[in-house]
Design a protein around this ligand. Structure first.
Ligand code: MRU
Length: 368
C-alpha cells in the first residue's frame, strides 16, 4: 500500500474491492501501518482513537464510512423510509465520535442530504450515488487545499521562519495540507522558508507528524517544545504563525488544537502576524461566537502518560489528576487573516465571513 501522491501522503485509500484503509497516524513516524475501517464500527473507532485525525481528513473518512454503511443498509432495507431512517441514525453515531471539528458534521450532512435528495431512486441506486459523492468530496478536499495554500503564498515573506502548531498537513487535511499546504506552496513558488514546529503535547502531532511531513517535503524544520514558543518569538526568530482550524464561528473565533490560543496571545504581544488556514468546510456560520463551540474532553491518561507506540510511559506520580481539553478557542481579535479557497479573509471577520455564502457558490472567484 502506498498513499504517497502528488498532494502529499493521503490519510486513506478506498480500494476497488470496497475496503477503506487508513494510515494509522497513532504509529507515525515509527511505523507505517494501515487500519482496516471497512466496517462501520471501525470507522467510529478510527475517528475516536485518532487513527485518522485533523478536521478535513476526519470529514472525508466519515463521508466514506457513511456511504459504505449506506451500501450495507440498502441490502437490508428495500423500503426507502426504513433505509433513510437507518442512514440518519448512522449519521448521528458518526457525528458523535468527535464533537469539535465541524468538518465531520458538514461531510456527513452532505452524504445524508444527498440520500434524501435522491429519494425517487431505489435504495441500491441511492447507495451507489452516495459512494460517488464520497469520492467527489475527497477530490474536492484535495483541490480546495491546494487552492487555499496558493492564495496563502502572498502572505509569506522571502526567507520567512514560520511557526506552526499540531499537524495541518496532507494527512490531516486530506491532501496537500492547510497550514503546511501554505508552506508547501510557498516553497514551490520559490520562497526560501523554514519551519518551527511546536511538539503539541499531549499527543505530539507536531513532533511526530508535522516533522515527518516537512521532512518528506524537504522543508527545513526545527522542533521546539510548546513551552519554548515565547522565547523564540521574543528572540525575533519567528516571522509569522500559520495554524489550521477545527471550527471557525461567524465572528471569526476559532477552535484549534489546545495551545493555539497561547500562541496567538504571544504573537499579539510580539507583533507577529497570526494566520489561520482552513477550507470553507471548517466554517460554522450558524455559531455566533467561540463560547458556543463544543470542546472535546479526552482521557486524562493522554496527559499523565506519553504514548510510545504500544507503551504508555507515565510522566507523573501514580493516580495524578489531570485535565485534557483537546482544543482551545482563539478570539477573532488575535487573528490577522483566514486563508481560504475563496481568498484571504481580513477583519472585520463578521463581514468577510458573511460574504462566504456567496463565495460558496462562486468558488472560482476570490471574495477579496
Ligand atoms: O486532535 P486532532 O489531531 O484531530 O487536531 C487537529 C488540529 O487541531 C488541526 O490543527 C486541525 O484539525 C486542522 S487539520 C488541517
Amino acid at each position: 500500500m502506498n498513499l504517497v501522491s502528488n498532494y502529499g501522503t493521503l490519510p486513506l485509500s478506498y480500494t476497488d474491492e470496497g475496503n477503506l484503509l487508513l494510515l494509522d497516524q497513532r504509529k507515525l513516524p515509527y511505523k507505517t501501518e494501515y487500519f482496516d475501517a471497512t466496517f462501520f464500527e471501525n470507522v467510529c473507532i478510527a475517528i475516536k482513537d485518532m487513527i485518522v485525525r485533523g478536521a478535513p481528513s476526519i470529514g472525508c473518512v466519515a463521508a466514506f464510512g457513511l456511504a459504505m454503511e449506506a451500501i450495507r443498509l440498502a441490502e437490508k432495507h428495500k423500503q426507502k423510509e426504513d433505509f433513510l431512517l437507518a442512514l440518519d441514525e448512522a449519521c448521528l453515531v458518526l457525528q458523535a465520535t468527535r464533537p469539535t471539528a465541524v468538518n465531520l458534521m458538514n461531510a456527513t450532512n452532505v452524504i445524508k442530504d444527498k440520500a434524501h435528495f435522491l429519494a425517487t431512486k431505489n435504495t441500491k441506486e441511492i447507495a451507489d450515488q452516495l459512494m460517488l459523492e464520497a469520492k467527489r468530496y475527497m477530490q474536492e478536499s484535495i483541490d480546495v487545499n491546494k487552492k487555499l495554500s496558493d492564495y496563502g503564498v502572498e502572505l509569506v515573506p522571502q526567507n520567512a521562519s514560520i511557526l506552526t502548531h499540531c499537524n495541518a498537513g496532507s494527512i490531516a487535511a486530506c491532501g496537500w495540507g492547510t497550514a503546511l499546504g501554505v508552506m508547501r506552496s510557498a516553497q514551490m513558488a520559490g520562497k526560501n522558508i523554514q519551519a518551527f514546529v511546536g511538539e503539541t503535547r499531549p499527543r505530539q502531532q507536531g513532533a511526530r507528524l508535522t516533522m515527518w511531513e516537512l521532512n518528506q517535503d524537504e522543508i527545513p524544520a526545527t522542533l521546539i517544545c510548546d513551552t519554548m514558543t515565547g522565547h523564540f518569538m521574543k528572540a525575533k526568530s519567528i516571522d509569522m504563525i500559520v495554524v489550521g482550524a477545527d471550527r471557525i464561528c461567524a465572528n471569526g473565533d476559532t477552535a484549534n488544537k489546545i495551545g493555539t490560543y497561547n500562541l496567538a496571545v504571544l504573537a499579539k504581544h510580539h507583533n507577529i502576524p497570526f494566520y489561520v488556514a482552513a477550507p470553507l468546510s471548517t466554517f460554522d456560520p450558524d455559531l455566533e461566537s467561540g463560547d458556543l463551540i463544543p470542546i472535546e474532553l479526552r482521557d486524562q491518561s493522554e496527559v499523565t502518560h506519553i504514548a510510545d507506540l504500544d507503551n504508555q510511559v507515565s510522566v507523573t506520580i501514580e493516580n495524578a489528576k489531570a485535565h485534557n481539553p483537546a482544543f482551545d478557542v482563539t478570539p477573532a481579535s488575535l487573528i490577522h487573516a483566514f486563508i481560504t479557497e475563496a481568498g484571504i479573509l481580513r477583519p472585520p471577520f463578521k463581514d468577510s465571513i458573511a460574504t462566504l455564502g456567496l463565495a460558496r457558490a462562486l468558488l472560482d472567484k476570490p471574495v477579496v
